[in-house]
Design a protein around this ligand. Sequence first.
Ligand code: SAM
Ligand code: SF4
Length: 266
Amino acid sequence: MLDSFNREINYLRISVTDRCNLRCNYCMPTEGIKQLPHEDILSYEDIVEVVNIAVRLGIDKVRITGGEPLVRKGIVDLMKMIAEIDGIKDLGMTTNGLLLDKFAQPLADAGLHRVNISLDTMDAKKYKLLTRGGDINKVFSGIKVARKAGLDPIKINCVVVNSSQEKDASEVRKFCMKNGIQIRFIHQMNLASGEFSVVEGGEGGNCSRCSRLRLTADGKIRPCLFSDLEFDIRMLGIENAFMKAVELKPRSGSYNRSGKFYNIGG
Ligand code: SAM
Ligand code: SF4
């Protein structure tokens, strides 16, 4: 699909849940979140139908994200259903890694190609603080199992406050170099005020080359993370929602006051 600025749109990021087993301080408010009602969340059959139509329209790259995708029950079954769709060249997942030790092998068997794992520090205490309770050792064992399972390449998403040279980021970089893992530095963003920048080592944040659409857990197609525009597949029909999202995809991001990373999918 070509949008009105001649960008090829071939990448769909799917948030399968707004729930998460962490509470990262830059992602979730301290007081917790108001979760989507269960009945609003797309079923796996719904998601597969969306992906089928998306692929027919020209999507060939799919990423499963959230919230935390591994907390949604039956995620391996969904992966298998998506992997079986003809025409997907690249099937990835973004996860905090906490449950990867359990899920990496079944996901790889189901057809997942690769994973991005979020890790902002190597310091166990800091990790616990930053994520409000996470155990960093679970992430390390998740990475190990993911490698064994052949998920390749493994990439680390490292959120930085000021620069990729800051101490925590440098330590995560060292760990990645030692273990042959790619790393991308994401500057901490603020959706509501429109603070965003290009992801170092990745593709995000570069509006002129953006190829993405997003599907929220409650069935909205969002053409841009930094925009309030969304098109409801239940109201408009799936194909029509895609066409509208592509047609009205903004030239560049501005701000987003109606969504959050955990419900749109970072
Ligand atoms: N729970 C999974 C995880 O953490 O990898 C997937 C969803 S999470 C919303 C996706 C990515 O968004 C993560 O890499 C996370 O670090 C990033 N993210 C969340 N809030 C952010 C913010 N305010 N600025 C920049 N990146 C953010
Ligand atoms: Fe959960 Fe990912 Fe948000 Fe952290 S960044 S709170 S792991 S959704």
